[in-house]
Design a protein around this ligand. Structure first.
Ligand code: FAD
Length: 509
């Protein structure tokens, strides 16, 4: 392998020998050769995260000459500062609960100790390994990698540092960035990006926000031994999830010692000798405002304040479109600065496409992968693959965790379905000998007219793993009768979903 490398953030470039194009990962029968000699490449991708890497590999597999640029590390948010390091920290934080439960199963656990630097070092090593794998994948696919920040010069030209490259088609896959409220002292706070690199485990942590990243990090810090407060400007965590799920997770979090403070939003942060002083605003009068892009005026402070060692803003993410040259070439932006695209990920400029978080459709890794793959198949594989977002399953790696797919009870009602609700709150067997009070929850939202299962929602041990399987059933349009005909696996929590007999409610939409 040949490559040149002269730094990350500027005109650095890695040139990877493309002699060995691996097509193992793609089994298309129609491979179309693209040899448009007017351009340096058939496809230039800006951003080597989930969507960009997938699209570039698939396009190269279809015979396109592909280049990709990356300003940070190949792998993107998910691998470097998102899903993967987050899940490793979740695993680490769950040991405390296992130690606490062990005596119920006859174990005596002696002195335990936890090293935050040890965990972070091990996590970093794993991220390095994955980063290498991503580099290798691009190499094997024959994709040329240019390290540096990409910027559109015109509709067919991308500048990376001092160099310029032309391409017939350009894909923007630059993802998003954490968004923080513009309040005095915000620089004293961190976001999830920095949470992965703290020098030490903070004793008192304030998490601001109540989306999935907020509740996941609340669980991580709490499990590792921090005292955790979560402040949210509205009522109840996990807005947008099924209401029973939200209530059950909130109960599980408070049961684990996390303080959930609703109608609380920091208005000011100040460094003091005792820690970061956070003064809150009172948001009881303010529920109509958008969660993400709203600041508080001075007159809405209620002057309550608390001290923390770490304040983490998990207040949303915004498309990372600054300084990309989009306006200059006429790429239209929508609300919140997302790039507007159609079902084929086409932007308002004919040859420019966008996938992943920058389009703010559903900001999840498997969705970015699907969008990138569909784009490459359509544009370079001779296929016709619109993206499909319906019934996208999702997880929250909170403690307790969540798995969900399809419509929530509220969404089903709002869509006009007559629905039946099946629900079971049960004690997971694992908790019995441990003496843990917590209950898991399984819920089905069923169309009363045609018996189709519209939504499956679960909280508790292994919920994300369970719901991934049931997502196939929801996607396939299976009915409650199909669920009933399915024999359970005993003893599991998952069997609850095929043994729910009586609806707890039945409504007209
Ligand atoms: P990204 O993966 O963000 O990739 C964009 C890449 O483009 C980055 O590498 C960036 O450095 C690069 N870039 C940006 N601008 C430029 C430029 N001008 N020039 C060159 N390069 C540029 N999703 C899940 O499905 N499950 C989870 O459990 C999960 N957990 C998460 C936890 C956290 C803390 C966070 C922050 C996110 C999590 N996500 C999770 C979301 C997931 O990470 C994103 O949805 C996914 O990474 C989006 O992929 P993408 O390709 O759109 O963008």
């Amino acid at each position: 392998m040949r490559y040149y490398f002269t730094g990350f953030a500027s005109a650095g470039m890695i040139w990877i020998n493309s002699s060995a194009i691996s097509k193992n990962f793609i089994k298309e029968t129609t491979v179309i050769k693209h040899k448009n000699s007017n351009y340096d490449y058939d496809l230039f991708v800006i951003g080597a995260g989930s969507g960009g890497v997938r699209a570039s590999r698939i396009a190269a597999g279809h015979g396109a000459r592909v280049a990709i640029c990356e300003e940070s590390r190949v792998g993107g948010t998910c691998v470097i500062r998102g899903c993967v390091p987050k899940k490793l920290l979740v695993y680490a934080s769950q040991f405390a609960e296992s130690f606490a439960d062990a005596p119920g199963y006859g174990w005596s656990v002696g002195h335990t100790d936890f090293s935050w630097p040890g965990l972070i070092a091990a996590k970093d090593k794993e991220i390095d390994r994955l980063n290498e794998i991503y580099l290798r994948l691009l190499d094997q696919a024959g994709v040329e990698l240019h390290m540096g920040r990409g910027r559109l010069v015109d509709a067919h030209t991308v500048a990376v540092g001092e160099r310029q490259f032309t391409a017939e088609k350009i894909l923007i896959a630059v993802g998003g960035r954490p968004w923080q409220p513009d309040i005095p002292g915000r620089e004293l706070g961190i976001t999830s990006d920095e949470a992965f690199h703290l020098d030490e485990l903070p004793e008192r942590v304030l998490i601001v926000g109540a989306g999935y990243i907020a509740v996941e990090f609340a669980g991580i810090f709490n499990g590792l031994g921090s005292t955790v407060t979560l402040a949210y400007r509205r009522e109840l965590i996990l807005r947008g999830f099924d209401s029973d799920i939200r209530q059950t997770v909130a109960k599980g979090m408070t049961g684990r010692g996390i303080s959930l403070q609703y109608h609380r939003q920091p208005a000011r942060l100040e460094q003091t000798d005792e820690g970061i002083r956070v003064t809150y605003s009172d948001d009881r009068h303010d529920d109509r405002h958008d969660d993400r892009h709203d600041d508080c005026d001075d007159d809405c402070h209620d002057n309550r304040s608390d001290l923390f060692d770490c304040v983490m803003f998990a207040t949303g993410r915004a498309p990372y479109v600054a300084d990309l040259g989009l306006e200059q070439v006429g790429v239209r932006l929508g609300p919140g600065n997302r790039i507007e695209v159609d079902e084929f990920s086409r932007t308002s400029v004919d040859n420019i496409f966008a996938v992943g978080d920058v389009t703010d459709r559903i900001a999840l890794t498997p969705v970015a992968l699907m969008e990138g793959h569909a784009f490459a198949d359509t544009e370079f594989g001779g296929m016709n693959r619109p993206v499909e977002h319906a019934n996208t399953p999702a997880a929250v790696f909170s403690q307790p965790p969540v798995g969900t797919v399809g419509l929530t009870e509220t969404q089903a009602r709002e869509a006009g379905h007559r629905i039946k609700i099946y629900r079971s709150a049960f004690t997971p067997m694992k908790y019995t000998l441990a003496g843990r009070e917590e209950k898991g929850l399984m819920k089905l939202v069923v169309d009363a007219g045609n018996d189709r299962v519209l939504g499956v929602h679960a909280v508790g041990v292994d919920a994300p793993e369970i719901v991934q399987g049931f997502a196939v059933a929801v996607r396939a349009g299976l009915t409650k009768a199909d669920f009933d005909r399915t024999i359970g696996i005993h003893p599991t929590s998952a069997e609850e979903l095929v043994t729910l007999r009586q609806p707890i409610s039945s409504t007209t939409g």
